[in-house]
Each structure stands twice: as C-alpha cells, then as structure tokens.
Design a protein around this ligand. Sequence first.
Ligand SMILES: C[S@@+](CC[C@H](N)C(=O)[O-])C[C@H]1O[C@@H](n2cnc3c(N)ncnc32)[C@H](O)[C@@H]1O
Length: 217
Amino acid sequence: MKTPNITQERLRDVIFKTPPAFHYWKDKPQTGGFSPPFFNFIEGVLRTELDHNQIENRRCLEIGAGLSTLFFLSMDYQVTSFSLPDVIDRIQLFLEADDFAVYESLWSPHAGRSEFLLGKHAVDNPDTYACCLIDGSHSVHSVFTDFTYCHEALGVGGVLFVDDTHFPGPSLLAQLLDQLDSYVDCGRHQKLRAFKKVNKRKSFDNMLGFVFSYPEA
Ligand SMILES: C[S@@+](CC[C@H](N)C(=O)[O-])C[C@H]1O[C@@H](n2cnc3c(N)ncnc32)[C@H](O)[C@@H]1O
C-alpha cells in the first residue's frame, strides 16, 4: 500500500476507534460484524494473494455495504456497493461530511436488492474487479445469486471474500468454493473466508461428486 495521506489516516482512525453505526437490528444501531482483526486479515490477503495484474487494479465489488465500504475506500480502492437503501443513505451522509467528501468520487453505490440489480452490472463489467465481498443477505438463494454474478465480475487472480460462513447460505457457498477448481482457499479469519479465482470456468465435469453438509444454524 502507498503511504497513506492525512485523510486516509483519519478515515482509518474512525474505522478502528469510533466506527459509525450504519446498520440497525435488534432494535438498535449497529456497527456490523467487522472488527479491526477482520480488516487486518482482508488487507493481508490482498497484499499477499492478488496477482501482479490485480495489485494496481484497486477495484472492489461488495454486496452488503457498511464499515467494509469505508475500509476499502481507505485502501484507495474504487468501491462499487450493492446494499439496501437505508445503509447506502447513512454511508452517503457520512461521506458528505466535509472531512470525507473526497471519497465520494471513489464510491459507486447501488441501493436495492442485489438479486435484482447485480446481474446487469456483472454483464456490463466482466472480469473487472480485483476483489469481491459477499456480505449481503445470507439466505441461500441470495448468496448463490451473488456468487454467480461475482464470478462474472471478478478478474482471474482476484480474491473473493465470503463473510458469515457460520450461517447456512454462506457456509454452503464456502463448501462449493472448496470443491470448484476455479478457486483456491487463501485463508480465513473466524467466520470470514477468502478464495482466489484462478480460472474462469463455470461448469465442472465432476459436480455430481461434490459433497455438502447442511450446517447447524
Ligand atoms: C452484515 S451487513 C453488511 C456488513 C458490511 N459489509 C459491513 O462491513 O458493515 C448486511 C448488509 O447487507 C445488506 N443487504 C441485506 N439484504 C440485501 C440484499 N438482498 N441485497 C443487497 N444488500 C442486502 C444490508 O443493507 C446490510 O448493509
């Protein structure tokens, strides 16, 4: 990573010391599931695993915006986010504050359900991203739909992160990725797993032999 400028350092300070609550569940504002060790893990994986041609690419596609959005921005990535409108609005308001308005030009938000919006984006932007984060709805159908389109949009040599693999949807996707020969496991931190895309294949002769176990919810 380049030497961070003052604004990046201030944004890092916010993320690590006073994280804003972009989410709302269990009747109160929430900062989300990522604490500093998760971000250290993401940064480490990107530093060590990205192919040479992806290192300078600096484009991230994330399903499920939040603190992760700020983190990728603080790494100087161009970030494309798909998330529900309330979270997009709160991040927008946060960035509009004078201190961080500079990041608005790096951020492309899409407000709505990824199952409906992501397909067109993936078709229009094949092989575009250095990394993708799947961290939106955790239902099985949403996670697998997100993966179908992320596979189109992620470049070979890029990294796919799947969060909350203790839930059934993300767990089943991680099990699929463990068995597809177009991805290799490149680490995990607790519930967050990382896979590197090594080729563009979409179908697999041996798929009928894949084994899945339904995770305990
Ligand atoms: C677990 S939080 C995301 C955490 C985020 N990565 C962070 O660091 O805070 C889940 C996010 O998914 C979004 N979401 C839920 N269902 C979605 C869907 N069907 N399509 C797109 N985003 C969805 C919510 O808006 C919320 O921002």
